[in-house]
Design a protein around this ligand. Structure first.
Ligand code: ADP
Ligand code: MG
Length: 385
């Protein structure tokens, strides 16, 4: 933290008065279900975005990120909060300020904000949602407001959806805003009812495996999958009284695939339906301490994302599938939007080094450059420090 205060002093010529942290997230299981009213099971991690902040007695925000020094200080007028491409990463902060104001909160205090993230950007650990929720709690605390945390979570999603035009679900902001140490959140994305479940992995840990592949195609593929599943839902609704795919179980889906007809649409829609049920079963196994059964469902999740939903890629498959072959691995799968980013492996503590070494070697041989590995620790949600 000290080097953040020093950097703040250098850029703004006074000492910051407050500091904040907002985590990234992993998702244990329940991928690509949150746009379809299904369940997700994410957890906040101890990697995240730090901020030091001071009041500058103007109506301006002055923003600096140690991760983007080439961008310099970005100045934002609190009365001009529309999206502007040239404002770069500050748009995430502006979007949050805009929607908080629209929701009736008095966001008036000029602030200098210096941030630094320890999450690799664009790797599916949701550095963007981390930044949105960070901005939300900074505005809340520095303007002496009390804002319902769930409102900040929902506005974070709106920043992605309406401000930036990305059709992502609510999982990331929810995990980051509501997460708790050593617990994952079983969230029903239809109702936003959730349960905190202790992640008791015994002698096992979660290793994050980063393909280091910058995601491409992600947005267009994401929208294609959404459209395909919406079309499948529409066809199912001709006979079934459902509002979302998350309401179906495997049996009723299988019994009605004839309504969908098109084999591609059937595959696409099968993923959120089956993944939702897998998520519910996986959390029961975790509660019961059956880690083997939990891990098997984690593997099945990857297979479904690869074969049915079609959002994996050679790099993610190389990490997950080779992890499956390593001793002590309970389960492994891609996480996040897909086409790059990260996978996770749940592995015995004393076999983690070997996993990292072996999968790392295979990855570099096959892909031509090294993957990165981190141990995921499950931490608290966004907070003032
Ligand atoms: P992901 O959310 O998977 O990490 P995104 O592409 O959605 O990837 O978000 C990454 C973007 O979020 C960055 O390009 C940047 O604009 C913004 N961002 C995230 N962390 C920081 C940071 N520490 N400093 C400045 N901008 C950040
Ligand atoms: Mg993001």
């Amino acid at each position: 933290m000290n080097h953040l205060s020093k950097a703040f002093l250098k850029h703004f010529n006074y000492e910051p008065t407050a500091s904040f942290f907002s985590p990234g997230r992993i998702n244990l299981i329940g991928e690509h279900t949150d746009n379809f009213g299904g369940h997700v099971f994410p957890a906040a991690i101890t990697l995240g975005t730090y901020a030091v902040v001071g009041k500058n007695n103007t109506g301006l925000l002055r923003l600096y990120s140690l991760n983007f020094p080439e961008v310099g200080v970005i100045t934002v007028d609190l009365n001009e909060l529309d999206f502007r491409k040239e404002d770069n990463w500050a748009n995430y902060v502006k979007g949050m300020a805009k929607y908080l104001k629209e929701a009736g909160h008095a966001i008036t205090v000029g602030l200098d904000i210096l941030i630094e993230g320890t999450i690799p950007n664009g790797s599916g650990l949701s550095s963007s949602a981390s930044l949105e929720i960070l901005a939300g709690i900074i505005f809340e605390k520095m303007n002496d407001l009390t804002i319902d945390r769930l409102d900040i979570v929902k506005l974070g999603k709106r920043v992605e959806n309406d401000y930036l035009g990305l059709n992502s679900g609510i999982m990331d902001q929810f995990a980051i805003g509501m997460g708790a140490k050593d617990q994952a959140l079983l969230l029903d994305t239809n109702t936003l009812v959730y349960e905190k479940i202790p992640v008791k992995l015994g002698e096992n840990i979660v290793v994050i495996m980063n393909t280091k592949k910058r995601r491409e195609l992600v947005e267009s593929a994401y929208n294609d999958r959404l459209r395909e599943c919406q079309e499948a839902l529409k066809r199912l609704q001709t006979k079934l009284p459902i509002a979302s795919l998350g309401e179906l179980d495997e049996e009723s889906f299988n019994a009605h695939t004839n309504l969908i007809g098109d084999p591609i649409l059937i595959k696409r829609a099968r993923h959120p339906v089956f993944e939702n049920r897998r998520t519910l079963r996986a959390t029961e196994y975790l509660k019961a301490g059956d880690l083997k059964a939990f891990g098997k469902l984690v593997n099945d999740s990857h297979i479904s994302l690869r074969d049915d939903y079609g959002v994996s890629c050679y790099e993610l498959d190389t990490l997950a599938e080779n992890a499956w072959e390593q001793p002590g691995v309970l389960g492994a799968r891609m996480i996040g939007a897909g086409f790059g980013g990260c996978a996770i492996a749940i592995v015995a503590k004393d076999q983690a080094d070997a996993l990292i070494k072996n999968v790392g070697k295979i990855y570099e041989e096959k892909i031509g450059y090294p993957a990165e590995f981190y141990i995921a620790e499950i931490g608290d949600g966004a907070r003032a420090l």
